[in-house]
Design a protein around this ligand. Sequence first.
Ligand code: ADP
Length: 622
Amino acid sequence: MKKPSPNRFTLGYVAILGATLALAILAGWTAVAAAIDDYAYDWMFRLHPPAATSPHCLILAIDDATFSAMGGVAAYRAMLAKALELLAPVQPKVVAIDMVLADKEDAAEDARLLHAMQATKNLVLVAHLQGGRWENPLDEFRRAATALGHDRADELSRDGVTRQIPLEERTEQERHWALALETFRLARGQRILESPDDLQIGSEVIPAPRTPDSDRALRVLFSREPVPRISLLELVDKPELAERFRGQAVFVGVTSISATYDRVATPNGQGRIPGVEVHAQLFETLERGQFLTNASNLAVLGFCIVVGILAGLIFAFLSGWLAYTTAGVMLLAAHATPFLLFRAGLVFPFFAPLASAWLTAIAAASYQHFVVRRALRASETERHRYQQAIHFVTHEMRTPLTAIQGSSELMGRYNLSEEKRKQIAEMINVESKRLARMIQTFLDVERLSDGEMELKREPFEVREIVGTCLGRVLPLAERKNIRILTRELDGNLEGDRELMEYAVYNLLNNAVKYSPADTQITVACRLVAVGKDAAQLRLSVEDQGIGMDAKELRQIFQKFYRTKRAEASGVAGTGIGLSIVEQIVHHHGGKMEVISQPGQGSCFTVVFAARSRASQPPAVSV
Ligand code: ADP
């Protein structure tokens, strides 16, 4: 059996790990993965909430009590006018009104509101993007405002939870910054400087890159404590409360549950908060100056690849519990990484890195397990094969060794004539050479089948090797009174003479072994034409022995197979000879053909391809 090359194993290993990694990374793009990433984000957000800071803005809330005391939902413009009138004397730094004021309503009230707006310094109004069109405030309101800001909040998320807000919203014609951003830059008294990767307001750099799927989205660091809120009704009742708004950024908006559906879910998971609170929270996030940024796709991809490579290396170089423990540590590290990075302000996805770590570790472990088991099985088979081979060698060696042993004993024990001594010495010489040849043949066949040896390529005549083999087999045949007939012995071969000799000798020896006394064996070698140009060189050994049935015929070239008939005859050997013959013939480019019937004899033919006699040079190249 050939050992699988280490290169193929490495290639297979790398291919499987690569495919698993690709699968894990691709899975990271699915909706399920995104939902899990969001869930993990919210979980980390709650586990590691933003540190509490003193608030930088205030909300002037139009709540349920305000609505019921000041004329209901329809009177909101009058309420706004009242709010601005109350704020005017204390000069807040910025006033952002989170209400869409796009329609004309009661003329007197609109005029009053406009008047109040004109008296307000740094007024920010809402531009609302609806179905691809901007709903802007009435022109006169717009003229009174210092800036317009968009009021989008939760549209970016799949599950309605607002985790981030686009700082910029654009249509073909018009672009607006977020309401909170406009408020922030007015509070700072600075302009917005933009680059593809961030925005700069004074010394503050806001990491909000413009990407294909979001317009400068910024994660909001929702604090657990709500932004301080004063209800308009309270302010109306106690005008001295206005002092609290002096020099502050103020967000004016509806907080009433019954009057508006503008309520937003946050990662804090503590119920929904009004839209105006979300804008105020974004403002606080900007004021805080510490931001959560998303890890770049490249960084995530790099992390996944490193994790995959690590898993591969762990199972390639370590084994047993050490490999599993190290892989466990790696998995733990992969689980902890997103959380540690989150604490450092970097939002790292959960799914793709974890899927990469788990899947590659499982794939690597299974592959190595499979490979180790295969290697173990291979070495088992190898060991078994070797045991049998040793058995064969020792068995085959016994005959020449017995001859050598017996002869040398004869020489030592008796006073032999010079001629007899010479004869015995000659025999010892011949048998020991045969022994050496046998060992050589065995080793050669082993190395040939392991692909470690190149076949010798020398030309020789079939007649020659048949002659040599007959010389060795004749004494045995004579003992059983078996006649060996030789017919035409044409043809030349090219290859390893010793090996071919071994093959032919084996066939002859078997023919003698498995034939009863007083029978006949025929050896012939013929060039037979097949078709127009082709021919075959067919070397056959035919006996009149015990024969074999079809089922036995199919197995005789297997190592260590012996037919029941042969075993019963008491002369069967190890059952390995024919398997070696077949290997030798195969390595010479030939094939074996056998015809046999139980009790009717057998004919073993070695077949080589040759050119037809017409165009034939005498040698057959194999
Ligand atoms: P061995 O002869 O040492 O047992 P081989 O591999 O040479 O091993 O042969 C395998 C088996 O094939 C033999 O045991 C015998 O059963 C069968 N066999 C081989 N040659 C002949 C033959 N000429 N006639 C009948 N049976 C044969």
